[in-house]
Design a protein around this ligand. Structure first.
Ligand SMILES: Nc1ncnc2c1ncn2[C@@H]1O[C@H](COP(=O)(O)OP(=O)(O)OP(=O)(O)O)[C@@H](O)[C@H]1O
Ligand SMILES: O=P(O)(O)OC[C@H]1O[C@](O)(CO)[C@@H](O)[C@@H]1O
Ligand SMILES: [Mg+2]
Length: 446
């Protein structure tokens, strides 16, 4: 995220929607320390500052209380919903991501075990499960039903892409008496959640819609990281290590690894840094000049006898200019296959230059996102789920929970979907990549 984008935000942009006054005492009283002085409860007046450098805060020239800041996540002493009369719904949408099942389990355990809600319904196969026909497949989620889910990749509820009518989805919620809907997904899912929340508000229905940020691409802004991202890049790093071993074991060995990342190159950047032996990282955020890349590779091969190139699937799309662009059911662009293009062009350039290379092309594809969450993500998923239940029970809606600079916060969905988190080519992450790989700042200047 660019500093300039952050400085444009005001306190109003960070204000989350609330369904109404919170008057119901939390049932968490009694299960915790003395509620009068428990550090557990969040003070409603407290905030988590958006800016975490002194210079940024000073540049705003505002009194401290008026600095833009997020509402903190966590349990409130007063709730909007009365737990035993509250019905909860859960849906998972979009591509798979490590930790989906952990979040489902966490939501059920927190909502049932701690708040004692009336029921938790799982809607099957993404937003499709909320349309008239799909609702028939909904399942009851109990603590017993979610036991052991945390060890499994995928989503026990199923998922899908493709739009549904918000009015029909709200009809389903009304028919089933759902008061709180948790939407687990990426930017598309959050936009869908916002539509549902807006439709409910239009009808004067007090239904809370709270998002939990899922996406291996880590492209949701104003959140340190989406869940599953760390597991996914860890898995991707294993593929890079394998490709590196292959490359360095052969004269003029070239390892080419294609990783997911439609518009954001975080997986490629982090997995490459984790592997330490990458010579070139290509991300969607940095324009690619093929001649510059090929010239650089030639020098790397001269110098060390092998080379490792990591390419995010969204990199180098400018090389497909003029070709017809297709979209998936959710409206996401289908990208040109940059991995195959690079494989062919690197091989052809080496042949033309009289160099006999051995290129190994590795595309771990879905293997990085269908695995169970690693320990870090397991903890993160559980804590996000708890934060989501706290937020919803206190009446927050059109809100996504996340962590900002290490603290759990409530982010308005409108803000989380207004832009995309991307690798900043001027930022310190990309600088680390340049330092680790030794690749040039721009290809065209090569
Ligand atoms: N602009 C939008 N408005 C309303 N609903 C949307 C919008 N974009 C996507 N959706 C719906 O949200 C669901 C998930 O969207 P999508 O397939 O883009 O995945 P995602 O949530 O962005 O996750 P990921 O990108 O990690 O796969 C789909 O059912 C889709 O129709
Ligand atoms: O093939 P599918 O399931 O549409 O998913 C592919 C896309 O999903 C993502 O992993 C995001 O979930 C992208 O990086 C990737 O392009
Ligand atoms: Mg998306």
């Amino acid at each position: 995220m660019h500093t300039g984008d952050q400085l444009c935000l005001t306190a109003a942009d960070l204000t989350v929607r609330t369904l109404g006054p919170a008057t119901v005492p939390s049932p968490l009283d009694g299960s915790l320390l003395d509620p009068r002085d428990s550090v557990h409860y969040v003070a409603e007046t407290d905030r988590v500052l958006l800016d975490d450098t002194l210079d940024m805060a000073v540049r705003r020239g505002l009194p401290t209380r008026e600095l833009p800041a997020f509402e903190p996540g966590g349990p409130r002493s007063r709730l909007f919903f009365d737990p035993p009369r509250t019905r909860v719904g859960v849906v998972t949408c979009g591509g798979l991501c490590p930790g989906l099942n952990n979040v489902i389990r966490g939501l059920v355990l927190e909502a049932c075990g701690h708040y004692g809600v009336a029921s938790v319904t799982g809607f099957r196969n993404g937003y499709r499960g909320l349309n008239r026909a799909g609702a028939a497949d909904a399942v009851e989620l109990t603590p017993a039903a979610v036991r052991g889910l945390n060890d499994q990749g995928g989503t026990v509820l199923g998922t899908s892409r493709g739009g549904q009518d918000p009015a029909e989805m709200v009809d389903t919620l009304v028919a089933r008496g759902i008061d709180v809907l948790f939407v687990i997904g990426g930017d598309g899912t959050l936009r869908g959640g916002q539509d549902i929340a807006d439709e409910a508000t239009r009808r004067g229905l007090p239904i809370a819609v709270v998002g939990i940020p899922k996406t291996i691409d880590n492209d949701i802004p104003w959140i340190d990281a989406s869940f599953g991202f760390q597991t996914a890049f860890g898995r991707a790093a294993e593929s890079i290590r394998a490709a590196h071993t292959e490359a360095r074991s052969t004269p003029n060995g070239v390892g080419l690894i294609k990783l997911m990342g439609r518009h954001s190159g975080f997986i490629a950047a982090y997995a490459s840094l984790a592997s330490e032996d990458v010579d070139v990282v290509l991300v969607p955020e940095v324009p690619l000049d093929l001649d510059g890349l090929l010239a650089h590779l030639d020098r790397v091969l001269d110098r060390q006898g092998h080379a490792v190139v990591v390419v995010a699937e969204g990199a180098g799309q400018e090389l497909f200019a003029g070709q017809p662009q297709d979209r998936d059911a959710s409206g996401n662009l289908r990208l040109g296959d940059v991995g195959a293009l690079l494989r062919d062009r690197i091989t052809a350039a080496a042949r033309d230059g009289g160099r006999d290379i051995s290129l190994r092309y590795v595309d771990p594809g879905y293997a990085i996102r269908s695995v169970p969450a690693n320990p870090f993500d397991s903890v993160y998923c559980q804590r996000l789920a708890q934060a989501a239940v706290h937020a919803a029970m206190a009446g927050r809606t059109a809100t996504v929970v996340g962590r900002w600079h290490g603290r759990f916060v409530h982010v308005p969905i409108a803000l989380a979907t207004a832009s995309r988190n991307q690798v900043d080519p001027q930022g310190d992450l990309w600088l680390s990549v340049l330092e680790a790989t030794g690749q040039p700042f721009t290809w065209s200047a090569y």
